[in-house]
Design a protein around this ligand. Structure first.
Ligand code: PLP
Length: 397
């Protein structure tokens, strides 16, 4: 039985779409809102960019600021979290031998950026090996804290890890590292709209998050938060007019980030309507959406674990709205690291289920990750479980 809200999304009717986590998915009203801004842009492009845009984007930053409990002045728009992470890492200066801490569950694209930047400066990347399955957030806290040294300059922490779907104890870690003068770069790609975020209270130096994932905003809408005292040393990836533009009563940070060249900004313009419109879908607004998705992810995870006869890989408090399980059985051999797992293809083609399946050397295992969004229902995880029991050759009793 599909969810009552399923019809609001334009997802293919028969598709069992259990991968909101990768690229999000927009309800129809969000697509219409984005088109409205695109139409306005094309009706009079000069008026749109030169006269309307500054105010429209200010409203969008204000809407985000009140959602995230921070000042709109500390927010800049970027196209995605990868760009947000790159913006920070490629602005910073390191000394030879400085250390950058990163857990082994980090998103590979962001890890690549760390390796690239560290290599340029002669900095050292210290990888913290977190287990999976994992027993408690305390394990993460202890392992991360014990990897901190006098040379640690920056730590990248996920709000929710991509491969292992773990809600990290990022609040406690942020407070620990920042209080020791170590800058925290929070990779909150799975952040806004998935878990409550209070950025002023959190106190991280840098946060980036995708609005196109759990806020259900159009693709290419993400933000970067830079704490006020750090803004002087952060430049956008693209240097543009704002680099030399007379300051007036604003900051270089604003000038540089508010214009990085002509592009389709309709996704950013749509944000106030997205935040408000999504909240209206469910009694209780955003808190209720996050709670609903959290509950459904746990239900789905429990059902899969029970059917596959495996232990839950982490406590419920480490689940937000995605959940990764380690599949039983052998890891299928593959020649190349990025070769797709054939089970993904089988689930897609034979069962019409979209869900990521992959194997990974670190932490080692064959994984499957479910997502839970308002358009999903428990019956969809049942169908996935049935398919897995058959394809993995497990006894269904
Ligand atoms: C933890 C994490 N960081 C960064 C990203 C990159 O997001 P994007 O492709 O929108 O830049 C993802 C995407 O899934 C992610 O899960």
């Amino acid at each position: 039985m599909p969810s009552d809200l399923r019809h609001l999304w334009t997802l293919e009717k028969e598709r069992i779409f259990l991968n909101h986590g990768s690229f999000g998915a927009c309800p129809e009203f969000v697509i219409a809102e984005q088109r409205k801004w695109q139409d306005l842009m094309e009706q009079e492009p000069v008026r749109f960019f030169e006269e309307l845009m500054p105010d429209v984007l200010l409203k969008s930053r204000e809407a985000l600021g009140s959602f995230l409990s921070c000042s709109a002045d500390d927010l800049a728009f970027v196209s995605n979290a990868t760009s947000g992470v790159n913006t920070i890492l490629r602005s910073l200066h390191f000394e030879e031998g400085d250390e950058i801490l990163v857990p082994n569950h980090a998103y590979q694209a962001c890890r690549n950026t760390i390796d690239f930047v560290a290599g340029r400066w002669g900095a050292k990347v210290v990888e913290v090996a977190l287990p999976f399955p994992i027993d408690s957030p305390q394990t993460v806290i202890e392992l991360m804290k014990s990897a901190c040294s006098e040379r640690t300059k920056l730590v990248m922490i996920d709000t929710v890890t991509s491969p292992t779907g773990l809600r990290m104890p990022f609040e406690e870690l942020t407070s620990f590292f920042e209080s020791r003068g170590v800058e925290v770069l929070l990779d909150a790609a799975h952040g806004i709209g998935m878990i409550p975020l209070n950025l002023d209270e959190l106190g991280a130096s840098y946060v980036t998050s995708n609005c196109h994932k759990w806020l259900c905003a159009p693709k290419g809408s993400a933000f970067l938060y830079v704490r006020n005292d750090k803004q002087g040393k952060i430049q956008p990836l693209t240097i543009s007019h704002g680099h030399t533009f007379p300051l007036g009563d604003t900051t270089r940070f604003r000038h540089e980030f508010d214009w990085t060249g002509t592009q389709d900004i309709s996704g950013w313009c749509a944000l106030p309507a997205v935040i408000e419109g999504m909240a209206e879908l469910v009694d209780g607004g955003w808190d209720a959406i996050m709670q609903h998705n959290h509950n459904l992810a746990i239900q789905g995870r429990d059902l899969l674990c029970q059917r596959l006869g495996i232990q839950q890989p982490c406590p419920n408090e480490m689940i937000a709205c995605i959940s990764t399980i380690k599949l039983p059985g052998e890891i299928p051999p593959k020649e190349k690291l990025h070769e797709p797992d054939p089970l993904h293809h089988i689930l897609s083609e034979k069962y019409n289920i979209q869900v990521p399946v992959w194997s990974w050397p670190n932490p080692e295992g064959r994984y499957l990750r479910i997502s839970a969004q308002l358009y999903n229902s428990i019956e969809q995880y049942e169908l996935l479980a049935e398919a897995l029991v058959i394809e993995l050759g497990l006894n269904s009793d």
